[in-house]
Structures are given as structure tokens and as C-alpha cells.
Ligand binder design. Structure first.
Ligand code: CTP
Length: 396
């Protein structure tokens, strides 16, 4: 398990203040210790009690309450912090820090810490683009402060433009990769496939499978966090596009095959987590099949086994497959490892309801050509990906 780290979250007064709650909740789920400092304006937007409940720590929100306490507190929190993140960051806090103003608990803590400080700005588009604000941001960046850029969209004031707080999921992921920076895959090209593929029957119908893409997306994110250059080839999935990853969307087996083959030669590691459809209708009907009086019989033919094809042509690439099995897990997985000429296979029991398809967690066994199977305890899919890459990287 990871050592507990401490993050100090600064919340400043903006409509997006409530979004900091989601970032904190995600961090707590990963056992990160969170302390919250709110500016006076922030506590006008969200009651500090909510932050207290989620962080499970006293929230500092009004330094003038107990001046003696904060004078000492700002140093103790500044020392405790492994990382400080201001979310959302207003033009005001950016301006204050850029100009050395330390007149409340948050600004004094930022000044007093030697931990990295990240700002996630959120404000009106014109305010964000204002030369003074941009100048302050540049100045802070030159001093080593980091920024998570706001995204574009409809802002609270009704204007459209850049100024929306970055997605809380992205902020959380950036914090996690800062806290646990294993960069053992710098410069490595990783190709990941994820999600289902679909096999069209007619213009309105298709068959597919239950894959949601969660495992493949977690693998792509883990490789990215470790410094790899990642391409993710994904079938239809509701997972959010991961930042810092090249995402190629496909629908069918044939499209996935073409995209994979196109990238294969330049890849160092290929992880095939996609649930590729093995069959497609023998005949695709160009017009919608009408229902008529009788039932419908479809004939299916075999489709490409993409991973097997990669196994036949591989040179120096490390090939990793997944084996989704409902019975004889290890035996079937071992057979696939050999038949597809893989280096590793992740065996997945799909009969358990709390792991596998659509769930947040997974419990797998990793098999490789030259060592005994390694059983991995139930953990999040991202952590499973971490175990997999740690194993691969040890041998690379
Ligand atoms: N795979 C693939 N192309 C296919 C089927 C599977 O590339 N047409 C890949 C999957 O991404 C996975 C591995 O092969 O990494 C094993 O997939 P799985 O569905 O468990 O096995 P199959 O080879 O399809 O065998 P079966 O369905 O008979 O168990």
C-alpha cells in the first residue's frame, strides 16, 4: 500500500468552490490525508462543515477568529503538506500570491510551504484572459508554481469561454501522480486497447458485449502517470477521455485491428484489454431488417483475433493479454498465453459480481511465460494496472 501523504487544499471564493468537495472525497478514498483552508469568501459559497465532514479534519476558514492559533497553524500545515492545491483559484488569490501578499491563513500557508503548490483557476473568461491575471500566472509559473488550466464552456455568469474549473477527476489524477511519482516508463510507447467492439447487423442493430472499458482506461492512465507515451484504442465506452493520452475511437473489430496494426511497430508494450467481438453476422443487411411474422435467424462468422495476429508478428514488443473466463481460469489463461505468443496474461474471473465487468475493482492473477502465476488481491483497476506495470518493468 502507498504511504499516507498530506495534501492541503485551499478553497477560494468562487461558484466552483463546491467542486473541491469532489476532489477531497476522491483523495480520501485513496487514504490521502486532507486539510482544508478556506478563504472568508469561500465560506460564503459553501459551508465549511461540508469540507470538515469530508476531510475529517478541522477546516480553517476565518483566521481572524483566533489570531494566535493561526499564526502557528499556518507554519504547521505548511510543514505537514506534501502538496498544496488551490481549487478553485480566483484571480484574487493568484494576484495576492504573485505579489507576495500574505494576509490570511491560505496566503500565509502558501508562502510558508516548501511543498509544490498547484493552482486550479476558475473565473470569468475575460477575467482569465485579462493581461494582469495572465501576467500573474506567468510570474508564478516562473517561480515554480503549477497550474491546471481551466477548460472552455458555459461559465456560471452565462459567458462562453475558457474559465471553467478543470474536471475534478483530472485534478484528482494530477494530484495523485504528483504525490506518487513513479516515473519508471519515461519514453516508453504503450498501446492499450479497451472496451467492447460492435458487430453491426443492419443500419440500426448490432451485437456487442458487456465490457465498459474501465480496466483498459485505468491501464492507459497508469502508464501515462509513469511517464509513458500512451495510445488508447477504445471501442464505445462511457469512460471520460483521459488527459495526456492519445485516444483513438473505433467501433468494429476490423477498425480496431487497423488502428492497432498502424501503431504496433512503434510500440514497446501492447496491453490488449479490449473485449473484441469474435463473431460478426455473415451478411450485413444494408437496409433495416423488417420484423415480418417469423423469428430471425442470423448466421455468424469468425472475426479477426487481433492479439493472435500481433503474437505472430511481434519483434521486441512486450505483449499483454487479458483472459476473461467463467471457468478453469488459470488453465484457459495459460492456453491463451501460449496460443497467442504473449509475454503476460491477466486472468480475470468474470463470474464474481464485485469484480470484472463495469466494477471499480478487480481481482486478477498474472501469468507469464517464465514464472509462477501471481495472484493479486482485490484492488481498484488503477492499482491492478500498477501491479502489472511494476511486474513488467522489473524485467524490461
Ligand atoms: N482478443 C483479440 N481479438 C479477439 C478476441 C480476443 O485481440 N477477436 C484479445 C483480447 O483483447 C484479450 C485476449 O485476446 O487480451 C483474450 O481474449 P478472450 O476474449 O478472453 O479470449 P478469446 O481469444 O476470444 O477466446 P474465448 O472467447 O474462446 O475464450
Amino acid at each position: 500500500m502507498k504511504n499516507t501523504k498530506t495534501v492541503v487544499i485551499g478553497v477560494t471564493g468562487g461558484v466552483a468552490a463546491y467542486k473541491a468537495l469532489d476532489v477531497i472525497s476522491r483523495l480520501r478514498k485513496e487514504d490521502v490525508c486532507v486539510h482544508v483552508i478556506m478563504t472568508k469568501a469561500a465560506s460564503e459559497f459553501v459551508n465549511p462543515i461540508s469540507f470538515q465532514a469530508l476531510s475529517q479534519n478541522i477546516v480553517i476558514h476565518d483566521m481572524f477568529d483566533e489570531p494566535k492559533a493561526w499564526e502557528i497553524q499556518h507554519v504547521s500545515l505548511a510543514k505537514k503538506a506534501d502538496l498544496m492545491v488551490v481549487v478553485p483559484a480566483t484571480a484574487n488569490i493568484i494576484g495576492k500570491v504573485a505579489n507576495g501578499i500574505a494576509d490570511d491563513m491560505l496566503t500565509t500557508t502558501i508562502m510558508a510551504t516548501v511543498a509544490p503548490v498547484i493552482f486550479a483557476p476558475a473565473m470569468n473568461v475575460n477575467m482569465y484572459n485579462n493581461k494582469v491575471v495572465q501576467g500573474n500566472i506567468q510570474k508564478l509559473m516562473a517561480c515554480g508554481y503549477e497550474f491546471i488550466s481551466p477548460t472552455s464552456g458555459r461559465l456560471a455568469c452565462g459567458d462562453i469561454g475558457q474559465g471553467k474549473l478543470a474536471q475534478t477527476e483530472d485534478i484528482f489524477e494530477i494530484i495523485m501522480s504528483k504525490l506518487y511519482p513513479i516515473k519508471d516508463m519515461l519514453g516508453i510507447s504503450v498501446l492499450v486497447t479497451a472496451g467492447p467492439t460492435i458487430a453491426p447487423i443492419d443500419p440500426v442493430r448490432f451485437i456487442t458485449n458487456r465490457s465498459t472499458g474501465k480496466m483498459g482506461y485505468a491501464i492507459a492512465k497508469e502508464a501515462r502517470d509513469r511517464g509513458a507515451v500512451v495510445t488508447l484504442i477504445s471501442g464505445p465506452s462511457n469512460e471520460k477521455e483521459p488527459f495526456g493520452v492519445t485516444l483513438i475511437r473505433i467501433n468494429t473489430n476490423e477498425e480496431m485491428r487497423a488502428a492497432v496494426l498502424n501503431k504496433f511497430e512503434d510500440s514497446d508494450i501492447v496491453v490488449s484489454a479490449a473485449a473484441v467481438a469474435d463473431f460478426k453476422p455473415k451478411i450485413y443487411s444494408n437496409s433495416k431488417i423488417k420484423k415480418g411474422e417469423n423469428g430471425l435467424t442470423l448466421e455468424f462468422v469468425r472475426d479477426n483475433d487481433i492479439l493472435k495476429e500481433l503474437g505472430l508478428h511481434k519483434k521486441n514488443q512486450i505483449l499483454v493479454g487479458f483472459a476473461a473466463e467463467s471457468n478453469d481460469l488459470l488453465q484457459n489463461a495459460k492456453a491463451k498465453l501460449t496460443n497467442k505468443n504473449l509475454d503476460y496474461i491477466v486472468a480475470n474471473d468474470i463470474t464474481a459480481a464485485d469484480i470484472g465487468f463495469g466494477t471499480e475493482d478487480n481481482k486478477v492473477t498474472i501469468l507469464s511465460k517464465d514464472r509462477d502465476p501471481i495472484a493479486i488481491a482485490k484492488m481498484t483497476k488503477k492499482q491492478v494496472a500498477g501491479e502489472l506495470f511494476s511486474l513488467i518493468n522489473k524485467k524490461r
